[in-house]
Write a protein that binds this ligand. Structure first.
Ligand code: FES
Length: 426
């Protein structure tokens, strides 16, 4: 299903690879994270090639809510439960700077960008107090509202000022034309830092895996460190939209934002391969609270979720100095993509890597989510059904809302005819 962003902006197309080539840096994956990384490296004169197995920015980048913010739910209290104050402050500063860089890149490119405040609301007073305490402790400026102007139950909302929303494809359209990109070129195997594709080989000195869910299983244990989550969005005409962006801190809650004249309403989320509210839940809410509105667009997003709500950006594993990864953006792909481009390009260029430790993919993985992910994998590996996922063999579940077969282990998805819709299955 095409998103609003895809209707508003058509991207350029690129040829497939033809035969064997060499490059300094190979980037695998043509979403916004891969394209920004290629753009930063090319700006510095590095010879760079990007391979995309389908067309660029057709998946997560095209199906995001496209919010540029350093406020990722009530994350600062969550981070302080596992890490110290300096870590939490570094997380904030890194994302705030990434947001500013992204906004200035959009302005330079002449993209339409809407600056607005972002709020996270909750009906749980205790959680609000804890997040306010965390923000004060690390010295982050915030806004606060007792009354949330939305048809939801909320005890209050915490906000960050001057965040933004944009059409990410407009930026991609501008910057991708300067890059060496090959579309419809699928990496089938990695032989060190040489990629064997269906159209030829690419020999590189450094490789960046920006494929949403990392597809190389023998390093980094990403099949334990990540799961995937689906969520649903309706774009409504003739519905009163708030001036600011709002999202519920509760994973099952709603998100409200606007773009132009449209209200963007998001919810219905669930772990990929599990049952969830999907479009039905959103339509019931629309009929009750916006009875005169009209559904103009609908789309679903697939996000990778890390163990501790912080992205994995940097070396793929401790033993792979020439292999990098950018993943686990936890639904906050815009600033995390800019951050990935900064951290990875700085390392390749031999410059100091600010905040690299915070996002290191090799940080400790002993977190409660690790046990939940492992339990889910074992349960679905032992489930005796015939439709199995080619990634690591879990039983697939039918998704009635989208007519697809989805894997609850790591989130691969397949059409009814068996065509791959989402990885990590390759
Ligand atoms: Fe890993 Fe299905 S996605 S087993």
């Amino acid at each position: 299903m095409k998103s609003l962003w895809q209707y508003e902006c058509k991207l350029p197309s690129f040829e497939s690879l033809k035969g064997d080539i060499s490059t300094d840096v190979l980037i695998i994956g043509g979403g916004i994270a891969g394209i920004l990384t290629a753009y930063k490296l090319c700006e510095k004169g590095i010879n760079c090639v990007l391979l995309e197995k389908d067309r660029i920015c057709r998946k997560t980048t095209a199906h995001t809510t496209a919010k540029i913010t350093a406020q990722h739910g009530f994350i600062y209290h969550k981070i302080l439960k596992s890490y110290d104050k300096d870590y939490a402050k570094a997380y904030y500063t890194a994302h705030k700077r990434a947001a500013e860089k992204l906004m200035s890149l959009c302005s330079e490119a002449g993209c339409n960008i809407e600056i607005k405040d972002n709020f996270v609301y909750s009906n749980d007073r205790y959680k609000i107090e804890k997040e306010l305490e965390a923000l004060s402790k690390i010295g982050v400026p915030y806004l606060y509202k007792d009354n949330v102007p939305l048809p939801v139950k909320a005890a209050g909302a915490i906000g960050f000022s001057n965040e933004a929303q944009f059409n990410p494809l407009e930026l991609i359209n501008h910057i991708s034309q300067k890059l060496r990109i090959f579309e419809n070129t699928k990496v089938e195997e990695m032989l060190g830092t040489t990629a064997k594709t269906n159209k030829g080989k690419v020999k590189a000195k450094k490789v960046v895996v920006a494929t949403h869910f990392p597809f190389i299983n023998k390093h980094g244990s990403y099949f334990l460190k990540l799961y995937q989550h689906r969520s649903y969005i309706l774009a409504l005409a003739n519905a009163e939209a708030p001036k600011e962006m709002f999202v519920d801190n509760d994973k099952k809650g709603l998100s409200f934002s606007s773009f132009g004249e449209l209200l963007l309403l998001g919810s219905g989320g669930h772990r990929t391969g599990k049952q969830g509210g999907n479009y039905n839940e959103l339509r019931q809410f629309k009929d009750k609270h916006y009875p005169h509105s009209k559904e103009v667009f609908r789309w679903a997003a697939q996000d990778t979720i890390s163990l501790d709500a912080v992205a994995y950006i940097g070396n793929y594993s401790k033993n792979t100095p020439d292999l990098y990864v950018a993943t686990g953006f936890n639904k906050w792909g815009m600033t995390n993509s800019m951050l990935s481009a900064d951290i990875i390009s700085s390392d390749i260029l031999g410059k100091p890597k600010e905040y690299a430790e915070v996002f290191s993919p090799s940080r400790c993985i002993i977190k409660p989510q690790l046990f939940l992910n492992s339990f889910e994998s074992i349960k679905n590996l032992l489930t005796p059904t015939t439709k199995r996922c080619p990634h690591l063999g879990c039983a697939l579940k039918y998704n009635k809302a989208e007519h697809s077969w989805d894997c609850p282990c790591h989130g691969s998805r397949f059409s009814e005819a068996g065509k791959i819709l989402d990885g990590p299955a390759n």
